[in-house]
Design a protein around this ligand. Structure first.
Ligand code: ADP
Ligand code: MG
Length: 694
């Protein structure tokens, strides 16, 4: 249970004064749905109103504050669409305040003639006269709550004004409870950091641009809190797993040797090394939780297969999970040639298995007649039971949630877990996303791959590109055509993809297909299968293209509005082609003119196909928050921490978290109690649940 002291923070933002349901929708878009989200939304800029020159010295275009006397009102004649003017002055000169569509009675009330007023806004020179249109503030200098000389500016969304957002955040801050310190006193002192409450206040009261920098002390303190919560949660989850002892799986190597002999290729050094790490883990009686990272086409499947063979050699079973039916079938097909030499039985279980046939499979699995089971989500179903499941391999892990990972590992007596991903993740990010796993990497590709000819072309050349694809299709080549990511709206994505589908149909007839995120899994699989069989020449897709699908005949990748995709995403998309004998190409269609970042991205893609290099560059270009793309879940998105700028803090948080768990594994000391609150504050309830009640 979340500590009651945090309740005010976890209330819905509609609990805040002045925030109704309509505003709540907008504020949720900008900050988040709960009060705590607003407190953790950092200002992105600051308005400095502290500059107070005389009217004569006031420069145009800069925000400033003037102390003036209201001389007279100059209302436009009735019915004329002229602005309302108020003439003011100080000892140095005159300034005219200008209001369009103003209400005279309101202006007369707040700017009575003869009164002194503080006004703030931007001055402009208009035909030689000084004027200020719609000042941001006009107040009595003796009024008790004068306007702030420094104003934080928050991220906004269409329809939400800076003032409304600022007020909501201010209200949210009022609800921040006083919490006991969870950070180590010595470390706080060494860093000269304030306590949580003070740091939070400081974050939201910037006075200079330096105060909103990622390096500002308050921001660093709060980022450290977030990173510590992340690292602590990961270590707790990992410890809970390791604590549940695994078993030592050691095969005699006979089946592996037989398959190795039958393979048409030799494993690369990277594959060999990763496999050795995996086999070591399996042989130890600690439970394996390992991530195998390797770029698309680096040959992860065969590594997983060898690990599965080791389990079978030891008399146990293995399961290999794929995110889609078609991928599961592909695994089965690619491994089928080796079943006889290894003398093993392999089967597949997917959502398509029904009734008696399914029951027969389940019986075989439970009896141990199936050595290696390849499957989809269907394997998670409760009635699927193994005789002795020793190894679970999850391919393309970001399609599966943590909960599914856990559900599957409950199907055996604490099976070893191998997770495989083709998303190369920079070291720094790997620590935050996968801190609960050991990591093996395959950094090279099998020899002999042809480079992919990558080009960029403006959208204006769309017709040329279509003609080129048509020529290739007439020769039997296949193409992927990825449609733009429009904002974050799936609906708009879809419209764009459907429009392209219609326009390409005119050229390609029924040899064009469409897959998108709103289709059911089996509809998607059907289209993908038709593509796989070569019945479709051009496959139009939103970004849902099945990760890992192998269509060796597909040699062309077109990405429309490539400037809207992240670097890593483009690399992933490009990795769909270049898998067969024929030369492949990737055409990045962009909307001119290209921004600097988009241009840099395209340049990097043209220069390299090394996924790790690309991932590092992506991180550098985009900042950590964006690297993995909004579409990919399962990775933490930090509110305040930035793994690039706060890299050192991340390393420190990692060490700190390790030490905490060594000394106080159940978080029972006073600091431990405070740390539980920290975990809840950053919504790591999953980690707290692994602790015994405090
Ligand atoms: P991924 O890592 O993307 O899952 P796969 O395991 O699907 O890659 O391998 C891609 C292709 O490379 C497959 O056709 C596979 O047979 C082949 N392959 C794997 N390892 C090697 C190797 N060492 N030498 C040559 N080809 C290999
Ligand atoms: Mg794969």
């Amino acid at each position: 249970m979340r500590p009651a002291i945090l309740n005010p923070l976890f209330a819905d933002i509609t609990a805040l004064a002045g925030v109704g349901p309509k505003l709540a929708t907008l504020i949720t878009r900008a900050g988040g749905p709960r009060v705590v989200d607003l407190t953790l939304t950092a200002p992105i800029s600051v308005i400095d109103r502290s500059f107070q020159p005389l009217v004569a010295d006031a420069p145009a275009g800069k925000i400033l504050t003037l102390k003036i006397v209201v001389d007279r009102h100059d209302a436009p004649p009735k019915g004329k669409r002229l602005p309302y003017k108020v003439i003011c002055s100080d000892d140095s000169g005159f300034i005219t305040l200008v209001f369009f569509r103003a209400r005279a009675d309101y202006l007369q009330k707040i700017l009575p003639e003869g009164s002194t007023r503080l006004i703030s806004g931007k001055i402009e020179d208009y035909n030689g006269a000084r004027q200020m249109a719609h000042p941001d503030y006009m107040i009595d200098p003796d009024a008790p709550d004068a306007f702030p000389l420094f104003e934080p500016v928050y991220p906004l969304t269409a329809g939400l004004t800076a003032n409304v957002m600022r007020k909501a955040v201010t209200e949210a801050l009022k609800r921040a409870p006083v919490l006991s310190e969870w950070q180590d006193a010595g470390y706080l002192k060494q860093q000269a950091w304030a306590g949580w409450n003070d740091a939070l206040q400081a974050l939201h009261s910037p006075a200079t641009i330096d105060d909103i920098s990622l390096k500002a002390p308050a921001r660093q303190r709060l980022a450290y809190d977030e990173l510590l919560a992340n690292q602590l949660a990961l270590i707790l989850i990992r410890r809970a797993r390791v604590k549940s002892r695994g078993r030592a799986i050691k095969g005699d190597g006979a089946k592996r040797a037989a398959v190795a002999k039958a393979l048409p290729f030799a494993m690369t050094d990277g594959q060999r090394h990763a496999l050795a790490e995996i086999l070591d883990d399996m042989a130890s009686d600690e439970r394996m939780v390992r991530l195998l990272q390797g770029d698309v086409g680096s040959g992860k499947t065969i590594v997983a297969f060898f690990a599965a063979l080791a389990a079978v050699e030891a008399g146990a079973q293995a399961a290999i999970m794929a995110p889609t039916e078609i991928l599961a079938r592909q695994h089965l097909e690619s491994l089928a040639p080796y079943l006889d030499v290894a003398n093993i039985k392999m089967d597949i279980l997917t959502g398509r298995d029904k009734g008696a046939a399914r029951q027969a499979k389940l019986d075989a699995i439970a009896a141990g007649d199936v050595d290696i089971l390849v499957g989809t989500h269907a394997v998670f179903q409760e009635d699927v039971a193994f005789r002795d499941l020793a190894l679970v391999v999850i391919d393309e892990q970001h399609r599966f949630g943590v909960h599914q990972r856990i559900a599957l590992t409950q199907k055996g007596p604490r099976p070893d877990l191998l997770v495989m991903t083709a998303t190369p993740i920079p070291r720094t990010l790997a620590l935050t996303a996968y801190g609960d796993m050991d990591v093996s990497q395959i950094t090279e590709k099998p020899p002999g791959r042809r480079p992919i000819d990558t080009r960029a072309a403006p959208l204006a050349r769309l017709d040329d590109v279509i003609a080129a694809v048509k020529r290739a299709a007439d020769k039997g080549d296949q193409a992927y055509w990825v449609c733009p990511l429009v904002e974050e709206s799936e609906l708009l994505d879809l419209t764009a993809a459907e429009d392209r589908f219609e326009s390409l149909k005119a050229v390609f007839g029924d040899k064009v297909g469409l897959v998108h995120g709103r289709m059911t899994a089996s509809d998607k699989d059907r289209v993908m299968e038709r593509f796989h069989r070569g019945e479709i020449a051009v496959l139009i897709a939103t970004t849902v293209i099945e990760v890992g699908v192998n269509a060796p005949n597909a040699t062309i990748m077109i990405v429309e509005h490539a400037e809207r995709f992240g670097l890593a995403q483009l690399h992933q998309l490009r990795g769909r082609v270049g898998r067969g004998e024929k030369p492949s190409s990737c055409i990045l269609l962009y909307k001119a003119p290209l921004g600097e970042t988009a241009e840099a991205r395209i340049k990097i893609l043209r220069e390299t196909e090394d996924g790790f290099l690309i991932a590092e560059e992506d991180l550098r270009l985009r900042g950590a928050g964006d690297v993995l793309g909004a579409a990919q879940s399962g990775f933490p998105r930090f509110r305040l921490a930035d793994v690039v700028a706060h890299g050192e803090l991340l390393a420190a948080a990692r060490d700190d978290a390790k030490m905490i768990v060594e000394k106080d594994p159940e978080l029972k000391t006073p600091r431990g109690e405070a740390l539980r609150t920290l975990l809840y504050l950053f919504s790591r309830d999953d980690a707290v649940k692994l602790l015994s009640a405090g």
